[in-house]
Design a protein around this ligand. Sequence first.
Ligand code: GLP
Length: 255
Amino acid sequence: MAEVVILPDAAAAGELAADIIGDLVQARPDAVLGVATGSTPLPVYQALAARRLDLSRLRAFALDEYVGLALDHPQSYHSVIAREVTGPLGLDPARVHVPGEGPIEHAGDVYEHALTEAGGVDLQLLGLGTDGHIGFNEPGSSLASLTRVKTLTEQTRRDNARFFDSVDDVPIHCITQGLGTILRARRLLLLAFGERKAEAVAAAVEGPVTANHPGSAIQLHPRVTVLVDEAAAARLEHADYYRYVHANKPYWQPR
Ligand code: GLP
């Protein structure tokens, strides 16, 4: 069962996530952090930046990228990661990786190779799309999938249109770590906030494991922590039990 922590708000979740990442970096300064884009992980990066930890040896791998957008476009995930993660956290840009470089037909294999060479991801941050996607793995994605080019759903393009002038400017294609890639990370930390995520959270945590809901793949992972606010927890059937488990967490269990 995933560990589900229900917090008062996104800022509190950001602080807890920053605690977890801080512990990881203290134990291993050159740890490999899997970073995510979207609005959800921003409080994590803000909380982490405020701690002024030395993260210069940390290595980072992003989950996904648009295809068909120049890498220096302000909304490319190369740009977003540079602006929201690499700069504010003081990471070494040479240690930060985002998929989609070089010839696109080889970019998936190249990224998988780089992940393997790095020894795999220690902690993967994940957001959750309203349609249940993690990374850009849309409904129907194979549970064993690896990094590859995918086609975005209309729902995802509409959700992400707020970052562009219009929905027509949102790329149709993307490259994303697969669900199989994500499941290889040694720990998953999924965050979701707000009522528009409530259904997707319930399906990911308590629904059947199905390619129809890519977020449900987290149930196949042995070490998952889900940080949600009250609104995103609203559809969880066992919310009271998760609160009870968290309140009675044995002292020997790391946070
Ligand atoms: C985006 C990203 C995902 C992200 C999700 C949720 O399209 N590719 O990695 O987790 O959608 O976005 P947000 O956090 O803005 O709701």
